[in-house]
Design a protein around this ligand. Structure first.
Ligand code: DQA
Length: 148
């Protein structure tokens, strides 16, 4: 008689959203769409039911750094939309460099078709890659980058 050992490992990913992304749905809908993130998250959780998907949002730079440090040595992947802090925060950039978990930078809008100050990223030099400009679908693509 044979014994089969089946070990099922569920990947653990976190989406970290930065400032003003709590206003999705009502904030500049012509750029960011009309859907709230909480609503969209349900779609993501259903679509990627084999993944443990955690969500965190903060408007505060230090809290985002704290969260990166907290999850950055145990999770399988981080999907980070640092929003405006992308373009300004040396601290968040350093945190991404300091941790072990790979980070994929995400933006809803195509930041390169917008103002020049949005072309700079302090995250990207230390990220695995970046997905931008596909609306909320950018998050789907980022999750896929961790599982396929
Ligand atoms: C954003 C782009 C940033 O330039 C902006 O400050 C945001 C959202 C995006 O997802 O398109 O708040 O990160």
């Amino acid at each position: 008689m044979h014994l089969f050992f089946y070990i099922y490992y569920m990947k653990q990913l976190i989406i970290i959203n930065g400032p003003n992304l709590n206003l999705l749905g009502k904030r500049e809908p012509e750029i960011y769409g009309k859907q709230t993130f909480e609503d969209y998250l349900k779609t993501l959780q259903n679509k990627f039911s084999d993944v443990k998907l955690v969500y965190y949002q903060s408007n505060i730079e230090g809290e985002i750094i704290d969260k990166l440090q907290e999850v950055g040595f145990s999770y399988d992947g981080i999907i980070l939309n640092a929003a405006a802090y992308t373009h300004t925060s040396v601290g968040i950039g350093d945190a991404v460099k300091a941790i072990e978990t790979p980070v994929v930078e995400v933006h809803i809008s195509n930041t390169f078709s917008r103002e020049e100050f949005r072309h700079q990223s302090y995250i990207l030099p230390n990220a695995k890659g970046v997905i931008l400009g596909f609306g909320l679908k950018s998050y789907d693509l980022a999750i896929e980058s961790f599982i396929f």
